[in-house]
Design a protein around this ligand. Structure first.
Ligand SMILES: [Zn+2]
Length: 235
């Protein structure tokens, strides 16, 4: 179904069936439930990476010899269940507000464990400007925005750049994804930020190729900077 048609169908559905949970589809029961029902929120399968100094994300960077201060994910993305609905609702069904909500939730948890406390700027993984025109927003930026509200860290979108409007990486293997990411992401040197600590934020961590390459590009552009990484969901 073409994107525009999908959006129209969704908008009509929103009118006919208002206020349903974006995770499980159940009707939201009260004013206090917004976007996601309390059952889904309570049962979010968190990955406990953020409780540990070393985890699957930091291991990936170690394996590729790319230096990071810290890295983690917040929830488990499971194909076919409601966590997939949540992520797809943010990305494909135009619910940027859900990205903000989950970004805020994750940040509360990260704050509890003192993660990213000395970060200077949050850098959402960029989306190509042509794609933003079609989708209307960058889901990584919306998640980052929610996090910035809780962590009190400003966002910058002038440092990382997506220079090529690439096709989806969904069907590529790990090596292909890394090679592809090298072609499509760039980092700009910004003099006053040369010694800053950046936190790169993405929506889903699959093989880690996007975060690995973005971190590498930052180190190349500003060798004195520090880099941390976060993805809302681990696929
Ligand atoms: Zn639900």
């Amino acid at each position: 179904m073409p994107a525009i048609l999908r959006h129209i169908v969704r908008d009509i559905a929103d009118v006919i069936w208002p206020d349903t949970c974006l995770g499980c589809g159940q009707r939201l029961l009260s004013e206090s439930e917004q976007l996601v029902c309390s059952d889904c929120l309570m049962n979010i399968a968190k990955v406990d990476f953020y409780k540990h100094e070393e985890n699957l994300v930091t291991d990936e960077f170690f394996r590729e010899s790319i230096k990071i201060e810290y890295g983690c994910c917040y929830m488990q993305f499971k194909k076919g269940d409601w966590t997939q609905n949540l992520m797809h609702n943010i990305k494909y069904f135009r619910h940027p507000d859900l990205g903000i909500k989950l970004g805020r939730m994750a940040a509360h948890e990260l704050k509890k464990y003192g993660r990213f406390a000395d970060v200077n700027f949050i850098l959402p993984v960029p989306m190509h400007k042509d794609k933003i025109k079609i989708r209307g927003f960058n889901q990584a930026e919306r998640i980052a925005y929610g996090m910035s509200q809780i962590l009190n860290i400003p966002i910058r979108e002038d440092i990382l750049e997506k220079t090529v409007n690439s096709k989806t990486q969904t069907y590529m293997n790990r090596v292909e994804r890394i090679n592809n990411a090298h072609q499509i992401f760039a980092a700009n040197r910004v003099g006053e930020c040369a010694h800053c600590h950046f936190l790169i934020v993405d929506d889903v961590f699959t093989t880690g190729s996007t975060l690995l390459v973005c971190a590498q590009k930052l180190h190349e552009a500003m060798p004195e900077c520090k880099v941390s990484v976060f993805a809302l969901a681990k696929a």
